[in-house]
Structure formats: structure tokens, C-alpha cells
Ligand binder design. Structure first.
Ligand code: SAM
Length: 288
């Protein structure tokens, strides 16, 4: 996001610091968009909601009013005090003042489970993530969440529309790439709706979109080794105009590709997610 000229503070004087561009602060103020996101989250009793980047509380307070309990992760020290102050009387707001990339979602899910039922163990502990993400960090946050996918029930995120298009794209699309394959291997991707720039202060230059990601059950994923898979996908799309024979020459020979049913003459942008999984697994299973 960009264009941080406005200093409007739609959520009142409790938040006195101006929007910080380096933290991707574009605050949502459009009530109908806020309502649609809360509706998309649709919290159910017992859900453990975790919001990334609560900012001035555009989503935080409506979610808290509806659900009564919420954990938020905010990096900007100036926002933490006002968030805590404004949450009083509304419900239980747990604020984690930290870089979200340093937060272990699996441990967070386990701890919230132990809080609610200390004798219950932690095996099925899961959280639901929500957030209007800082757009400069959206890919790192998505990849971080994927590492903890087993601890996450679903994610409802607002991102740049262009990023959501890439996440949801299929083979043959111009925007099908590393993000599409990595996301779709581990999650189902459901674009929900587009949000125009005027819904935010400061006004960004690009459209945004809300998307729901639902991690696939472990039994459905099929990736034998996450690192091998990530390396295959990274190299395949590293130079997307190259044939796979050339793009993957560092990690895979043509015989292995052919044995996995993939043409070495094809380009990454033509290859379905399942074929990348099969190729990576054939490398994983190969004797050293
Ligand atoms: N949720 C608010 C809204 O919709 O108006 C704010 C969204 S704003 C696009 C992104 C938020 O993420 C800001 O509050 C920003 O301070 C926070 N943020 C930026 N980098 C962060 C990080 N590394 N960890 C946690 N929060 C971060």
C-alpha cells in the first residue's frame, strides 16, 4: 500500500499517532466492509480468534463485541496502549506486542487451549486468524502461517487484490506462480470480495481483496518434505520463461522429471500443483 498523506483518525482521539507507512498502516474505516469481514469470520462459541495487525481496532472492536474474546498481535508500540484502553468494558482482549513473524502460532494455539481447559492436552488446539495485513509483509506472513497450518482452522485476510489473484490462480494464468503453488498445496483458497481504495485512511493506490484460506487436513496434503517441495517450486518459477529442464537443472535431471510424468520441455506456469508435489516427492524418496 502507499500514499500516506492523510492523517485522518476515524476511530477517535485515543489513537493519536499518524499512520506509519513502513508498518503498512492503511486503516479501514468503511463500515459495510468491516461488517462483511466480520460476517466472513462469523465467530462461533469456542473459536480462538487471533487478529494480525489490529491497528486502531477497525476489526478488533466489532469482533470483540461479537465474540467477547480476542487475541491481537501488533508491532506498533503506539497502538498497544489505546487498544487496551478502548477494549475495557467490551470483552477480553489479549494483546501480543511483537512482530507477527516471531509469533509461534502452534504454541499460541496450544497455550490458549491449555488456558481454557488445563487438563485437556494440546493435540487439537487450533486458532482462527484474521487480519487486514500490512501489505509490505503479506507474503512473509502467509508463508509463516503455512508453517503452522496444522494449528490453524482458517484465515480471513485482506490483502492487495493483485496478491489474492496470484494466490488463487491456476496453471496457464499469467499470474500463476510460486505463491499460487505454495498456498494451494497446503490450503484451499477462496477469494471473497474486492475492496476499493476509498475504504481506507490513508487511501492506497491499489484495490484490495478479502480471501479465506482453509488449511488442508494433513492426510490430504501429500507433500513428503516441505523443504524439498519449496526448493522445487522456487527454482521452477525462478526464471519462469525457462523450460523445467533448465530451471530445475540444479536439483533434478530430466529422467526424474519424465519418471514423475512431467515434460522437461514444459514451463513452470503450465504445471498443476499436484505435479509439483509428485516431482518433489520423487526427489524426496530417491535413495541418497
Ligand atoms: N486492522 C487495522 C485496520 O484494518 O484498520 C490495521 C490494518 S494495517 C493495514 C496493518 C497493521 O499491521 C498495522 O496496525 C501495523 O502496525 C501492523 N503491523 C505491521 N507490521 C507488523 C508486524 N510485523 N507484526 C505485527 N503487526 C504489524
Amino acid at each position: 500500500m502507499s500514499s500516506h498523506k492523510s492523517t485522518a483518525r476515524p476511530f477517535g482521539s485515543a489513537f493519536s499517532s499518524p499512520a506509519k507507512k513502513h508498518l503498512g498502516q492503511n486503516f479501514l474505516h468503511d463500515r459495510s466492509v468491516i461488517d462483511r469481514i466480520v460476517q466472513a469470520v462469523n465467530p462461533k462459541p469456542g473459536d480462538r480468534l487471533v487478529e494480525i495487525g489490529p491497528g486502531q481496532g477497525a476489526l478488533t472492536f466489532p469482533l470483540l463485541d461479537r465474540h467477547g474474546q480476542l487475541t491481537v498481535i501488533e508491532f506498533d508500540r503506539d497502538l498497544v496502549g489505546p487498544l487496551i484502553e478502548m477494549a475495557k468494558q467490551r470483552g477480553q482482549l489479549d494483546v501480543i506486542h511483537r512482530d507477527v513473524l516471531q509469533v509461534d502460532f502452534t504454541a499460541l494455539a496450544a497455550s490458549s487451549d491449555a488456558d481454557s481447559d488445563p487438563g485437556a492436552g494440546t493435540t487439537n488446539a487450533r486458532i482462527r486468524l484474521v487480519g487486514n495485513l500490512p501489505y509490505n509483509l503479506s507474503s512473509p506472513i502467509l508463508f509463516h502461517a503455512l508453517e503452522h497450518a496444522a494449528a490453524i482452522t482458517d484465515m480471513v485476510f485482506m490483502l492487495q487484490k493483485e496478491v489474492v489473484d496470484r494466490m488463487a490462480a491456476g496453471p496457464g494464468s499469467k499470474v500463476y506462480g510460486r505463491l499460487s503453488v505454495m498456498l494451494q498445496a497446503y490450503c484451499t483458497v477462496h477469494p471473497l470480495f474486492i475492496v476499493p481504495p476509498g475504504a481506507f485512511h490513508p487511501v492506497p493506490k491499489v484495490d484490495s481483496a478479502v480471501v479465506r484460506l482453509v488449511p488442508r487436513p494433513a492426510t490430504e496434503i501429500g507433500v513428503a518434505d516441505r523443504t524439498v517441495f519449496a526448493n522445487v517450486v522456487r527454482d521452477a518459477f525462478g526464471q519462469r520463461r525457462k523450460t523445467l529442464r533448465n530451471a530445475l537443472s540444479r536439483i533434478c535431471d530430466t529422467a526424474t522429471m519424465e519418471a514423475a510424468g512431467i515434460s522437461p520441455q514444459a514451463r513452470a506456469e503450465q504445471i498443476p500443483v499436484a505435479d509439483f508435489v509428485r516431482l518433489a516427492n520423487s526427489l524426496t524418496e530417491r535413495p541418497a
